[in-house]
Design a protein around this ligand. Sequence first.
Ligand SMILES: [Zn+2]
Length: 397
Amino acid sequence: MSTILGACHPDGEYVCGKRKVNEVEAAVVRRIMQEYILGRSPRAIAHDLNHEGVKGPQGKMWNPSTINGNWRRGTGILNNELYIGRLIWNRQRFIKDPMTGKRQSRMNPENEWVVEDVPSLAFVEAKLWDAVKKKQLEMRRKVTDPDTGKVHPKGARRTKHFLSGILKCSCCGGAYSIYGNGYACSNAKNQGTCDNHRILNKKKIEAIVLKGLKDNLMQPEYVEEFVNAFHDELNKLARRQDKKRILMEKELKKVDAETEKLIDAICSGVPAEKVKARMIELDNRSKELKQLLAVHPSSLPRLHPCLSTMYRDKVAALSDALMDDNGNAEAFNALRGLIKEARAIPTDKEPQIELYGELPALIKLANKNPTAKNSEVLVELVAGARYNLSPTFKFSA
Ligand SMILES: [Zn+2]
């Protein structure tokens, strides 16, 4: 929210002396703070603002996180000290995670912060600000253990759920997130911009998707067709990739045919001396070609004809592993990797789920022992293939 107008050049540099407060947006900030200290949740405040058509920061929709932010990092409407005329630099630094290459922020110690007082830009009174800080502390105490300072399990950041990020709302396209024991459209929950207020029972919906993964995504009749079409495609590719080999095979046939002819000629009375030189030449070339062809065996991957059966067995095993031990991260990730998207369609009765498979992952899992090198080719091929395998399928919960 650019409550301070003219504060930045497009390149992000601050322009001194040219900043002034955007009074319209400043009023929104004060309203948020006032409602918050009266006990309204950031979620409810965000809903109202979206309903009223009030634009959030960068013209986006309001979310609880836009308001809450992170009090330690000074982010979010409730924590921006610029509103009380304090401009803070060097609060955090960015480091690159050597494992993932992703940028991560780290807090700098408070004595390294650079604080600049800009009272002309303050538009939130100290009294209101202090009340917000007091309320935040109160809220934090509710979720942290006073003895250990640790977050209560209930308030703790939850681990990833099986369908988080995968399950989408068919009304607004937004993602479903976990609320209590169920998945719900986060746009409906957080922004109030979707009317789909159904909550899907977590256990039930996960079991249904797992069953769908096993029984519906690779139906044998589609798979057989796919395997055939895939192999046709593979052969085309092999021919393209190995033109040299094809040419060598053709030449070998020619060499053999000519040799046959010369033998026939000798049999029918042509003096062997006359064709001897050519015979030796052909014989040498034949040996050479055979050797070259032996070095280049065709090594492209093949799909197992019983793909769907093997797939089903593997998914069943993974599901069992997931059920036996909820911490089985390998099974969890392997199964999640098979799903491109699951769409929840609210109906009057039971919700319907539309499941979309991640084709390369499905094939890779099903195909028996593909070598590492070959499976890369395989996945690349499958990704490019447009066959009627793993189509969408709908089913009811
Ligand atoms: Zn929605």
